[in-house]
Design a binder for this molecule. Structure first.
Ligand code: GLU
Length: 298
């Protein structure tokens, strides 16, 4: 079935444009495509370029949120909301109206607060994240793409502004440059569809990791999936629910991690993005996937 999806989305490969506000991402060929599925037993299947590493970007925000929630009570929710924003992922205007409390953990402002919280918990937030991702994917070679990290750090004026702005409201606990550095590093981690599907599998397994231990509770996994569904695909979460119908988190590297609770995690990658920042072929592939399987949650 994954091979069939590769064929069905072939006409869409190359549609859209690779993100260009991070110069190192703009060089990636928008026509590439891969898809992988990890089931609850940790079996993984793939088609297309499913073992090619790409920049996970905002998909990392799902994992930092899970790590923060795993390490604390729910006090994070005093610092960040959980409603869709309806605004661009890097918007400043809403943040001013809402006095430095970001709408949700998946817009940049909210993810920066989550990273700040993870630094408070573990120090080296991106290192902690990498260790988790390596363990779940079984791939010890996962790493930060230093070229992407440097490119992103050199073009981080907006994210710096957002973080300083929240700091002015007392909502940032660590030095802004450190929060930014850790955030850029987490976004610049390279993973393949295979790695991502395996790493996201715990969200399909109600919070239980591949080794059988619990990362987050059943209730927390349910809630992370809910936030992915309502906030995970920029300001197109309604359209994503309409077309795909499962929790998903996209990144400007062209990846999308989708969760079918109780069944599997699916990762797709194709760098051509639509105007909202979601992969054109990736969303189409997931649309085919949930239609062919009948596994939309709706
Ligand atoms: N590192 C990117 C940024 O902060 C992430 C954007 C994304 O994938 O949504 O702009």
């Amino acid at each position: 079935m994954l091979e069939r999806i590769v064929e069905e989305v072939a006409p869409l490969r190359g549609a859209g444009v690779a993100a260009d506000y991070i110069p190192a991402l703009a060089r990636v060929d928008p026509g590439r495509f891969g898809i992988a599925l990890a089931d609850l037993d940790g079996q993984v299947h793939g088609a297309g370029e499913w073992e090619t590493a790409f920049s996970v970007q905002s998909i990392s925000k799902v994992f930092t949120l899970a790590l923060v929630l795993a390490g604390t009570d729910e006090s994070l929710w005093r610092r960040v909301g959980r409603e869709p924003s309806g605004n661009a992922f890097n918007s400043l205007t809403q943040l001013e109206r809402e006095r430095g409390i970001p709408r949700n953990p998946f817009i940049n402002a909210g993810a920066l607060i989550v990273t700040d919280e993870l630094i408070s918990q573990v120090g080296d937030a991106s290192g902690d994240l990498l260790a988790f991702l390596r363990a779940e994917s079984g791939n010890p070679d996962l790493r930060v793409d230093e070229e992407v990290a440097a490119s992103e750090a050199a073009h981080a004026d907006r994210n710096l502004a957002v973080t300083h702005f929240m700091a002015s409201y007392g909502n940032v606990r660590n030095p802004v440059p450190e929060v930014l550095d850790q955030y850029v590093r987490q976004c610049s981690i390279e993973m393949s569809c295979r790695d991502l599907a395996l790493a996201g599998r715990f969200l399909a397994a109600h919070g239980v990791r591949r080794d059988g231990t619990e990362l987050v509770t059943n209730r927390q996994a349910k809630r992370i999936n809910a936030i992915m569904l309502t906030c995970g695909t920029y300001d197109a979460a309604g359209e994503f629910a309409y077309r795909v119908g499962v929790p998903g988190k996209s990144g400007v590297g062209g990846g999308i991690l989708a969760i079918v609770p109780g069944r599997c995690a699916v990762a797709v990658w194709s760098p051509g993005l639509d105007v909202r920042g979601n992969s054109v072929a990736g969303v189409a592939a997931l649309d085919h996937f949930t239609t062919l399987t009948g596994w939309s949650i709706f």
